[in-house]
Design a protein around this ligand. Sequence first.
Ligand code: KG4
Ligand code: ZN
Length: 337
Amino acid sequence: MKILGIETSCDECAASVVEDGRIILSNKVATQIELHKIYNGVVPEIASRLHVEWIKSVVKEATVDSGIDLESIDGIAVTNRPGLVGSLLVGLSFAKGLALSLNKPYVGVDHIMAHLYAPYLEHTIEYPYLGVLVSGGHTIISRVAEFNKMDVLGTTIDDACGEAFDKVAKFYDLGYPGGIAIDRLSLEGDPKAFNFPNPSLHKGDHKYDVSYSGLKTAVINQLDQFRNGDAEKSKANIAASFQRAAVDVLMRRVKRALKDTGLTRIVAGGGVVANSLLRKELLGLDNIHTVIPSMSLCTDNAAMIAGIGYHYLEKGIRSDYTLNASSRVPAFRKKYP
Ligand code: KG4
Ligand code: ZN
């Protein structure tokens, strides 16, 4: 089965054709990064307008690259949750229109589950595994039993990990997008230069939860360092010390979850998994088989959407035309009691 995937949940306008949930025939990602750069962050209104302008040609390029014509696809998968609702609606409406005009089935899929599916496009992995999803909007440690069955063990109680990277970078003017800028700058800095906090959430339901808001504030409060001395050196040290702390926060919970669940496999996904230190730590765990997608499949793409969508469509599971977009999936967020 050849499935067309469509992804517009944030600032990447993406389309891809994937065969049988595994073989990528095309993978087109049109990034809006340059157009949001001057604002130092994604502007939702601009993002959705650009998706409207771009979606048709992105889908066309993906089908041309795949070597098949639109009439030959067997179904359409589209992200309908979670994300920026205006952006999601563009992809969802486009997918509905295309499905209707081609008389093909379509299914709305979860962006988070799709990130955790991404490694299946390159590797053979057995369930269950510990799912570690670290992106700009989510930080989730989970037990994944099937492509669509995930038990959330821990999540962030405030900011997402990627969000903290982006905000620290914005505050210190380190570059945009923030995560990759901090990753690069860290190579020149000393991770021990600043001693940032690693909050202990160890009670009951919060055993595997993470918090990034305190760390972010602590990093931002170091601004005084810039008033005396070598600002450029301080920037690299701030970046390296923050990155070290941000990765430690996550790795402590990952190790705890592995120990308690007895799971021996990790599948990691989401944009922050492109981080060099996090990749090194996840891949260096003793007696654990860690699978991480290649860089282009870590960040937002539509191949992961077509890939996971195949598993629904081949079972006859499809969405109807009343399906809406949702900015949040309540199960992925925890509230502090
Ligand atoms: O998965 P993704 O592309 O979009 C969401 O679903 O959110 O993740 C984007 C996030 C951003 O916060 C970005 O700064 C972060 O991933 N990111 C990184 C790196 N590359 C992207 N964070 C740390 N280090 C990186 N190398
Ligand atoms: Zn994402």
